[in-house]
Design a protein around this ligand. Structure first.
Ligand code: NAD
Length: 344
């Protein structure tokens, strides 16, 4: 039997613990895995592109556990009532190759993306950051807002989206979360004077959600929406005066904001900052960019965190996913007509 966390169980788990608590608890697990980065067998995710979106497989393993996530990115989906991003994932035992956990990951991805943003902001944003500009008020937005409050105390949010209904939705949730949120009149209005700027828009374009002129000294940019070839959010000029931090450089070169700059443009992998192998922020005026695309190590950490938290609780069930004949060499016994007849 394989542990199974479906949408209902995931919702129950998140409701019981609270999203903010889970994000705060997940961050140390992410940090731990980032600090042992060289131990992972890593590969840039495998993407299948179409004119309207992308479907990706994200595998990673250490010597104990293998994880993968199936995830899509379809920015036009909301027009037909579907989400931009959905996902599910698997954790498996490296010794036997058997899967041990199958889980929904649309919700879990939002949680892990927010926790990863928060981990990066904790390492890179100016101490005392309070004002968080949020550009894009879709599915990821509340998770991002809560994460920045939990990790760095950024408790004032200025939100902007081209869809006024999305802003209304965000403000409703912010009120229930006790977040001091205000509706900006434009991206420029949201960003002016902010300490942290999160871009989480969805478009299949090299968009310029943040122009170079909008970026002030000392800002930390948490750019999560530019995560596919031809899909970026920042003015490339920003990258030329900022210090840029990435997850796994080979993947980010293909998918991140840095696809807009030459291949030798300097970047720092975040794990090196977390292990003190490279500097993070070095001055209050430095502009830092976390060029987030989402990496498999984060999903695997989130799956392990989920497994350890839900094991033995009502927030999971079992699924009969692996065919297991009594004799491991006799798979046919499970479908043999003779045996089926003898069982009648
Ligand atoms: P979503 O479709 O639910 O929300 C996106 C929002 O952006 C929408 O409300 C839309 O109206 C708004 N928007 C589009 N263009 C805009 C513009 N020019 N200015 C302001 N707002 C604009 O998508 P989501 O699930 O919230 O994801 C947001 C982005 O984050 C997507 O691009 C997704 O691919 C990406 N993402 C990245 C990671 C990561 O790990 N880096 C993880 C999950 C999602």
């Amino acid at each position: 039997m394989v542990m199974f966390v479906d949408v209902a169980h995931m919702r129950g788990w998140m409701a019981e613990h609270g999203v903010e608590t889970l994000i705060a608890d997940l961050i140390p697990h992410l940090e731990e895995d980032f600090r042992r980065w060289p131990e992972f067998d890593k590969v840039a995710r495998i993407a299948s592109h179409s004119p309207v979106g992308v479907i990706e497989l994200m595998p990673v393993a250490d010597s104990h556990e293998y994880g993968f996530k199936y995830v899509n990115g379809h920015p036009f989906n909301p027009r037909s009532g579907r989400q931009t991003v959905t996902a599910f994932g698997v954790l498996a035992d490296v010794q036997t190759g058997y899967p041990v956990l199958l889980a929904e990951m649309s919700l879990l991805t939002a949680l892990r993306t927010a926790a990863t943003s928060a981990m990066a902001a904790r390492a890179l944003a100016r101490p005392g950051s309070r004002v968080h500009a949020l550009l894009g008020a879709g599915s990821q937005s509340e998770f991002q807002a809560v994460a920045m409050r939990a990790a760095v105390g950024a408790d004032r949010v200025r939100v902007w989206d081209t869809d006024p209904d999305a802003i209304d939705k965000f403000l409703r949730h912010a009120a229930t979360l006790g977040i001091e949120a205000t509706r900006a009149s434009s991206a420029v209005d949201a960003v002016a004077g902010a300490d942290i700027v999160t871009t989480c828009t969805a478009d299949k374009a090299n968009a310029t959600i943040v122009t170079d002129a909008m970026v002030e000294p000392g800002m930390h940019l948490n750019a999560i929406g530019g995560d596919c070839p031809g899909k970026t959010e920042l003015d490339a000029a920003i990258l030329h005066r900022a210090s840029t931090f990435v997850e796994y450089e080979p993947q980010t070169r293909i998918e991140g904001e840095i696809q807009q700059v030459p291949a030798d443009h300097p970047v720092t992998e975040l794990w090196r900052v977390l292990t003190d192998a490279a500097p993070g922020r070095t001055s209050p005026d430095q502009i830092t960019v976390f060029d987030s695309v989402g990496f498999a190590v984060e999903d695997r950490a989130a799956l392990r965190f989920l497994r350890d938290s839900v094991a033995g609780t009502a927030h999971c069930t079992d699924i009969d996913l692996v065919a297991e004949p009594r004799d491991p060499k006799d798979l046919f016994s499970l479908v043999s007509p003779a045996l089926a007849a003898s069982r009648v």
